[in-house]
Design a binder for this molecule. Structure first.
Ligand code: NAI
Length: 250
């Protein structure tokens, strides 16, 4: 029970990596706000967890992370329901893209930057203020990507946003250490979630073959690392990137 007594917000918590992390955090003793733009899915996750023996340990909150006032309301919700906040996992995101020269900035750049980049900034800012005001410190974990560190096909905007997540993490760790706040970014490779499942079986096999074990990573494998990073066992990991890509980047 490495997260006993901790209160966490997990954005994108209704699906994929976020959902697996919600479950792992509850197994480790945390209370969790399942935050997602898809209200119905978030509420279903909480209902299922209540039925599975975790009654009262999670709470659903509908949020669009690209709107700062909604992220502030999300932090206020965690404090109202569970009394405090210890961890935020800025994980909500969208993927996809077009060749650069086919871009319409209003379609292919701005919306993704608002969610994948601004959404993480808002989470860091709103949670960081709460951690400071509580005087307890806290942990900020944010989901970047292998594409945050390298160029890839059809990923111009996604790469930019995910690179910003790494930069935010370094700067937040640097600036917020005086409040006992840590910040860490993770870079998943190919994880079997809705984002990847939209592709053909052939492409999915290629994706898997690019990782050292030759298989698609499971969201639960990422969740295991996030739980460690959220726990006090990882106190010396700060302001850096933890590569959870099965060796993709070697
Ligand atoms: P997913 O599609 O299963 O989950 C994403 C969740 O985010 C969904 O529940 C969705 O409703 C929510 N969401 C989307 N926009 C939102 C918004 N504006 N506000 C609040 N919630 C919103 O996908 P997955 O794979 O679990 O993605 C989680 C994170 O992992 C994303 O940031 C993604 O970019 C990143 N990632 C995923 C990889 C993969 O191979 N699956 C690889 C590298 C990074």
């Amino acid at each position: 029970m490495r997260l006993n007594g901790k209160v966490a917000i997990i954005t994108g918590g209704a699906s994929g990596i976020g959902l697996a992390t919600v479950k792992k955090f509850l197994d480790e003793g945390a209370k969790v706000v399942v935050a997602d733009i898809n209200r119905a899915n978030a509420e279903k996750v909480v209902a299922d967890l209540d039925a599975a023996g975790f009654k009262g340990s999670s709470s659903a909150f509908a949020v669009d992370v690209s709107v700062f006032t909604e992220v502030e309301a999300l932090v206020a919700h965690a404090v109202e329901v569970f009394g405090k906040l210890d961890v935020i996992f800025n994980n909500a995101g969208i993927a996809g893209g077009k060749p650069l020269l086919d871009h319409d900035p209003a379609v292919d750049y701005e919306p993704m930057i608002r969610i994948d980049q601004d959404g993480v900034y808002y989470g860091i800012l709103a949670a960081g203020r709460q951690f400071r005001d509580q005087g307890t410190g806290g942990v900020i974990i944010s989901t970047s990507s292998i594409y945050g560190e390298q160029a890839a096909e059809l990923a111009f905007t996604y790469s930019a946003a995910k690179a910003a997540v790494i930069s935010f993490t370094r700067s937040a760790a640097y600036e917020l250490a005086e409040y006992g706040i840590r910040a860490v970014a993770i870079t998943p490779g190919r994880v079997g979630t809705a984002i990847i499942n939209q592709f053909s079986d052939e492409l999915k096999e290629t994706f898997a073959s690019e990782q050292l074990r030759g298989v698609m990573t499971q969201p639960e494998e990422i969740a295991n690392v996030v739980a460690f990073l959220a726990s006090d066992e990882s106190n010396v990991i700060n302001g850096t990137v933890v590569h959870v890509d099965d060796g993709y980047s070697v």
